[in-house]
Ligand binder design. Structure first.
Ligand code: ATP
Ligand code: MG
Length: 388
């Protein structure tokens, strides 16, 4: 073993959440993400999680890539292991960090010593390595207060490690530490971003997708499953509940005033999602709604759609500009799939003049003749669960 990955943990000074459960959850998530990349040992000391390969068969590049997407990690560094000897440490620093040492103008060496039997103190070792590097790189000056580059040395029980400053991690909180929510995933740009944002706050997700075959094609469904797959490096494995929605939409088209169609339909989405939430122990719903983006996303529309459930509805992109949502979707890697041109169930029956300022009374009147319970039950009974 000559390399390992160090993770700096975020928000460790959590109020209310306990540090131990944070670390345990994070560690379990890390093991799961590294599952196919080899045998690793993962442990945490003082807000740093150490990810060590157990043998030469570990895919370190793959592990690094996977770990950049683990919520709860604020920074990552790749470290080189070497013998616990001051000159071995010096040459490891030269070889491993040569690019960085050549590019920086100022630096310092910082040593942490877990093995107290090491013959030099942390300060002595930092001074030794720093002094030698200072001579080896003539353009490089020591600056202990504001260095451009910090060379980190760690003396652990079985080896020494050298690494540079951490690179930014995914941030947020370990998935699962804040419970579970059901996210309404369409094929659009917004809902994958909304899902990602809530997962980042430590929430495990289950996805619900409303599918209106044959009005929307199997390709449209595959696209949504692909979007869910693209989220798994961040969220972990996901269950997508594919809800057959055609019968409800046809019934609503027959019996609901056209200008209220979308809103009544969205109320059914909420009712069905709440049932799914109840079954999987989720405590909130998540949508990609954004204020003013379309007719069904006015405050009045949100009020009447939210009125049919007693779960909180989390709308993390509600105040974001489309441009910023797009930027995020590119960053998380869902954009190119989101813009593939398939119909969504919402667009299929969309009325030309939807009601912008609906009232609850209007909607309740429009729904009066419907067998709401029966329609919801039939849809829930028809759910197909897909694991991605
Ligand atoms: P998106 O880009 O996420 O599709 P949108 O701007 O197209 O959002 P709408 O189509 O009005 O907005 O949908 C608003 C939200 O309702 C979506 O973000 C999503 O959370 C949910 N939603 C819409 N259609 C579906 C669907 N077919 N299955 C599951 N959820 C849906
Ligand atoms: Mg949409």
């Amino acid at each position: 073993m000559n390399e390992m990955i160090l993770l700096k943990l975020g928000e460790m000074v959590l109020k209310g959440l306990n540090r131990r459960s944070f670390e345990d959850k994070l560690q379990a998530n890390i093991y799961r993400r590294l599952n196919n990349l080899g045998q690793f040992r993962v442990y945490t000391r003082q807000s740093t999680t150490y990810v060590e390969p157990m043998d030469g068969g570990c895919d370190m590049d793959g592990a690094w890539e996977a770990l950049t997407k683990v919520f709860g990690v604020v920074g990552l560094s790749r470290a080189r292991a070497c013998e616990k000897d001051k000159d071995a440490i010096l040459s490891a620093a030269r070889e491993y960090l040569d690019d960085k040492l050549s590019a920086a103008r100022t630096f310092k060496v910082e040593t942490k010593r877990a093995d107290k039997t090491f013959p030099m103190t942390s300060i002595q070792l930092s001074q030794y390595v720093g002094g030698e590097l200072d001579e080896l790189y003539p353009d490089l000056k020591v600056d202990v207060h504001h260095p451009e580059l910090t060379v980190h040395v760690e003396i652990r029980d079985y080896a020494a490690f050298v690494h540079a400053d951490p690179e930014p991690g995914a941030g947020g909180l370990p998935v699962g530490i804040n419970g579970r929510a059901v996210s309404l995933l369409s094929g659009g740009i917004d809902s994958p971003v909304a899902s990602w944002m809530i997962a980042k706050r430590g929430v495990a997700l289950e996805m619900v997708h409303f599918f209106s075959y044959p009005y929307t094609s199997n390709e449209a469904k595959e696209k949504v499953l692909d979007l869910a797959r693209l989220l798994t490096p961040w969220c972990g494995r996901l269950t997508v509940h594919v809800v057959p929605f055609t019968a409800i939409q046809e019934e609503l088209r027959r019996s609901v005033p056209q200008e209220l169609f979308t809103l009544v339909m969205r109320r059914f989405m909420m009712r069905i999602s709440a049932q799914v939430a109840r079954r999987c122990g989720a405590k909130a719903l998540v949508t990609g709604e954004c204020l003013g983006q379309v007719a069904s996303q006015t405050m009045e529309a949100m009020a009447v759609t939210g009125a049919v459930v007693d779960l909180p509805i989390l709308r993390p992109v509600v105040g974001m500009d489309k441009e910023d949502i797009v930027k995020l979707s590119r960053k998380i890697g869902t954009y190119d799939t989101s813009i593939l041109p398939y119909e969504d169930c919402c667009t299929v029956f969309t009325p030309r003049h939807p009601r912008l300022r609906p009232t609850l009374e209007e909607l309740e009147a429009a729904e009066q003749a419907l067998d709401i319970e029966g329609m919801v039950r039939a849809a829930v009974d028809g759910i197909e669960r897909v694991q991605v």
